[in-house]
Each structure stands twice: as structure tokens, then as C-alpha cells.
Ligand binder design. Structure first.
Ligand SMILES: [Zn+2]
Ligand SMILES: [Zn+2]
Length: 136
């Protein structure tokens, strides 16, 4: 599936080819702090299927407890996370689904690191709903 996306401020834009069957949610504690939220939703794309159209992401390399390093690409102006990838010569990019324009068509297929998921996340459907919100 062909998709396109951008960060919140529009400095970074990209397009990619992805497989909707590869959309996943990650509940690991690194994703919680990196997103400032409860989890990451991402989908992988191969290097040759990913094209940056404008802007250059800033990269933060995180080191996991296991010692594994992951490059986190984000917009240097607005901070939106764009992808995670290998630190050196990445062959795949794990795009952050919230930056993809077609994100409504990309529900997650799998969830990982559920042992560190926040308890309320699995029961979010029962929380009272408003059609609109207050400014965040
Ligand atoms: Zn931006
Ligand atoms: Zn994670």
C-alpha cells in the first residue's frame, strides 16, 4: 500500500510502500517514554520503499537494556517521531503510524511487550468518551 506522511509542523514529509499486515503496537517502557504516551504504533518499510520528500530528521540513538541500539528519527522543529531504524546502514524503517496520512486505514495487527503495558490501556474502550476534547 502506498502511503505518505508528515510531522506535525510539516518540515518533514515522506512517502513509502508498506504492508498493512505489519502494523503493530509496542507497549515497552522505552516506547512509553519516547512517545510521552502509552505505546507506539508502527509499520515497517524497506529502505528502497521509503523516500524522504522534505526535511532531515534529527536522530537520537537509544540503547535498550539488552544493549541493542536503535536510531530514533524525529523532526528537529516540532519533535514528532518519524521512524526507528538500525543505527548503521538501516535496511528497514519502522514508521510511526501517527505521522501517516492514511493512518485510519492502518489498525494494528499485533501487540508486543504486553507485560509492560499500562493496565488501563487494555480497557480503554470502557472509559467515558467525548467527541471533542480540551486543548492538550
Ligand atoms: Zn515537524
Ligand atoms: Zn517499544
Amino acid at each position: 500500500m502506498k502511503i505518505d506522511g508528515s510531522c506535525h509542523c510539516g518540515f518533514i514529509t515522506y512517502e513509502a510502500e508498506i504492508d498493512p499486515q505489519k502494523v503493530g503496537v509496542c507497549h515497552c517502557t522505552d516506547c512509553q517514554s519516547l512517545t510521552g504516551s502509552a505505546f507506539t504504533t508502527s509499520v515497517s518499510t524497506d529502505k528502497e520503499d521509503f523516500r524522504l520528500l522534505s526535511g532531515q530528521p534529527k536522530v537520537y540513538v537509544k540503547t535498550a537494556e539488552s544493549g541493542a541500539k536503535r536510531a530514533q528519527g524525529f523532526c528537529p522543529q516540532c519533535g514528532s517521531r518519524i521512524y526507528a531504524a538500525a543505527e548503521v546502514d538501516p535496511q528497514t524503517f519502522n514508521l510511526r503510524v501517527g505521522t501517516i496520512r492514511q493512518r485510519r486505514e492502518l489498525p494494528p495487527i499485533t501487540q508486543s511487550w504486553c507485560r509492560s503495558a499500562l493496565d488501563w490501556v487494555m480497557d480503554l474502550g470502557s472509559v467515558p468518551r467525548n467527541a471533542q476534547g480540551r486543548p492538550k
